[in-house]
Design a protein around this ligand. Sequence first.
Ligand code: URA
Length: 421
Amino acid sequence: MRMYDIIEKKKNKLSLTKEEIEFFVNGYVANEIPDYQVSSLLMAIVLNGMDDLEVTNLTLAMANSGDKLNLNFNAVDKHSTGGVGDKTTLIITPIVACLDCKVAKMSGKGLGYTGGTIDKLESIPGFKVQLDDDKFINQINDINVSIISQTKNIAPADKKIYALRDVTATVESIPLIASSIMSKKIASGAKNLVLDIKVGSGAFMKNLIDASKLGQTMVNIGKNASINTVAILTNMNEPLGNNIGNNLEVLEAIEVLKGNGPKDLTDISIELASYMVSITKNINYEEAKTKVIEVLDSGKALNKFYELVKYQGGDISKLNHTSKYEYKVYSKKSGYITKMDTAKIGKISSMLGAGRIKKDDLIDYNAGIVLNKKINDYVNKNDLLATLYTDKKIDLINDYLDSIEITDNKVNNDLILGVIK
Ligand code: URA
């Protein structure tokens, strides 16, 4: 088999066989196929696409390229395609753990304008995100939930291919994004998976048509790999909740678990948790939702969160939010907020110190933004729109103002845009 012929085949819009896909994935991981040939094939895939069988074979080849976590229980996982202010993992995992669903969660650090669950958890003093396999599994057997940083050699082919995509303008491709995410999910052992596909100005997928295609592709891969998979399409035209930034987001997650959180964040958490419980316990969505609301209202989910934090060495009583500077952003005009450039707001939060531009950058757990007004809120001139928290002397007030549009009429702003099963 020759890599040249595989590239030629995809260039001519033909489907690749399982053997051809495994040849290029395994050859690339083994350093037997050079970057330039793989980049050329990736570009052909971006331009000519892949059918369902090819995407499944690509996903499985990447999932099989490294370690696989062998979970001997019916684990459930949730994956978000990445957003701003998305702290749902902190809320949902204790909820579903209260309902006897086991969550073995491996999460990532934030990069670029989207945050990462691991950074949020590390903002809790003492919280350990690195556990060896035995401790991880024992904890799940004991309290149904553990969240750790992905340290194992999970899907190394994806890691190598993703790094190449990043520098060859081949990230934005539905088959490549779907196979990248699903290869890691398959290797990490979940039998049930809820995907939160973000759509809008702060997401990879800017419109509903592309998001639906991505969701359907991932659900198909899940089914072909015997994983119960549901994809929920959710609005990312504004940040989720009111807080952006690591310990600010933990504090807001706790407010949701106490029943005092913002409506959008609470509603989306209930939705995602209900689907997780429904597919894992094989009960209908309405029944699952009743149970989810019950553990939330009773305070059981809050106690489960505290139990999780304590189990992993964290001390929630030491979590307090402080920062050297507070920059208040006041509105220059009156009207309804109709647009928020969410990616730009995420970048502002990163520049304040909450995120990384490069993989090894240090972050400031206290930095971030608290939003006072969001889409469809009416603002008067000089009303407080947001407060920017940072330890740096950095003025981003005008950048924040530029990311918001204020007009005379409200806009449609539904939170849940579709469900793909
Ligand atoms: N996240 C991933 O893990 N892979 C992609 O290709 C895009 C987002």
